[in-house]
Design a protein around this ligand. Structure first.
Ligand code: NAI
Ligand code: 15L
Length: 268
């Protein structure tokens, strides 16, 4: 049967806030978790991913988990280790103990961020491109994908890992024109990832059907995802303000953009 009760981790964050509005119309009953309290949601669970008892409680009785919680940008290795690497492990362990069979994991383009972006007639970036994390953050998403694959092979917990591009109400950079996922398409993709049958471990790229798309959406479409949006209406204004992406500019050469060139935050 299709999942109904879904634990949404990271519910106080940018995407979590958008998905709290957009997912219930699909019929889901959301249980919310975040380290931060959520205004107007007294039943939300306020807990850190390091709190294994709280996670055990949070996953009890849910049909599936959407795992958005974690540090969503570059940070020190120690912080990433605790929130994203150990935190994701703690959540999968809780899922295993409780018999939750489906997780949707928010991976990121930054797991493969050092992949050169397509230029001109270059082919779209395929799903099986080698992992090339661009930050400790991207490294934690790469780990999360492997962790999810492991929990499928070893314990039969299914995961759809979504390498999300940029999920914000509007694209705000020229790079984002190629990887933008509108919030409405984000909800469509999460719904497809929750309801597709026999996904085992599946990774997909997550974006809208952008005119300037850089990657292959076929594995997402194979889940039943039919994107409805395209960033192109935003293109003229962003390009007028920021200029086109420049070949030879190291901030523009790779999928991960400036994540590839920012110095790592170290030590902190
Ligand atoms: P965000 O930073 O706005 O939200 C993340 C939420 O996780 C925050 O509310 C934060 O309090 C919570 N959190 C962080 N560490 C925690 C911990 N140790 N325990 C409990 N809660 C914790 O991020 P956003 O943009 O909403 O992204 C959601 C997820 O999707 C993240 O995992 C991010 O890495 C991933 N993602 C998002 C993209 C986007 O464009 N928004 C692109 C690619 C990936
Ligand atoms: C991400 O992984 C981040 O979580 C998000 O804040 C954006 O920076 C996005 O990637 C991006 O690459 O635009």
């Amino acid at each position: 049967p299709a999942p109904r009760t879904v634990l949404l981790t990271g519910a106080a964050g940018g995407m979590g806030t958008l998905m709290r509005e957009l997912l219930p119309p699909y019929g889901y009953q959301l249980r919310l978790l975040d380290q931060l309290p959520i205004d107007g949601e007294p039943d939300a669970i306020t807990a850190d991913l390091s709190d294994r008892d709280a996670l055990r409680e949070a996953v009890r009785g849910v049909d599936a988990i959407i795992h958005l919680a974690g540090i969503s940008l570059e940070a020190s290795f120690e912080k990433i280790l605790r929130a994203n690497i150990e935190g994701t492990y703690n959540l999968y362990e809780a899922a295993r103990e409780a018999g939750v069979h489906r997780v949707v994991f928010a991976s990121s383009n930054h797991a493969v961020g050092f992949t050169p972006r397509p230029v001109g007639d270059d082919p779209l970036i395929p799903l099986d491109t080698p992992r090339r994390p661009d930050t400790f953050y991207g490294l934690s998403k790469s780990f999360g994908e492997d962790l999810a694959s492991f929990y499928w092979d070893k314990y039969g917990i299914e995961t759809v890992a979504i390498r999300i591009g940029s999920c914000f109400p509007e694209p705000t950079t020229v790079r984002m024109l190629s990887i933008w996922m509108s919030p409405a398409d984000g909800a469509r993709l999460l719904h497809a990832a929750l309801t597709a049958e026999n996904v085992g471990y599946t990774a997909v790229y997550g974006s809208s059907a952008n005119t300037r798309l850089w990657w292959d959406l076929s594995s997402a479409r194979a889940l039943g995802y039919e994107p409805q949006d395209d960033s192109e209406p935003y293109a003229a204004k962003l390009i007028a303000e920021q200029g086109e992406l420049e070949p030879g500019n190291p901030d523009h050469e790779n999928l991960g953009g400036a994540f590839c060139t920012n110095p790592p935050i170290w030590p902190r």
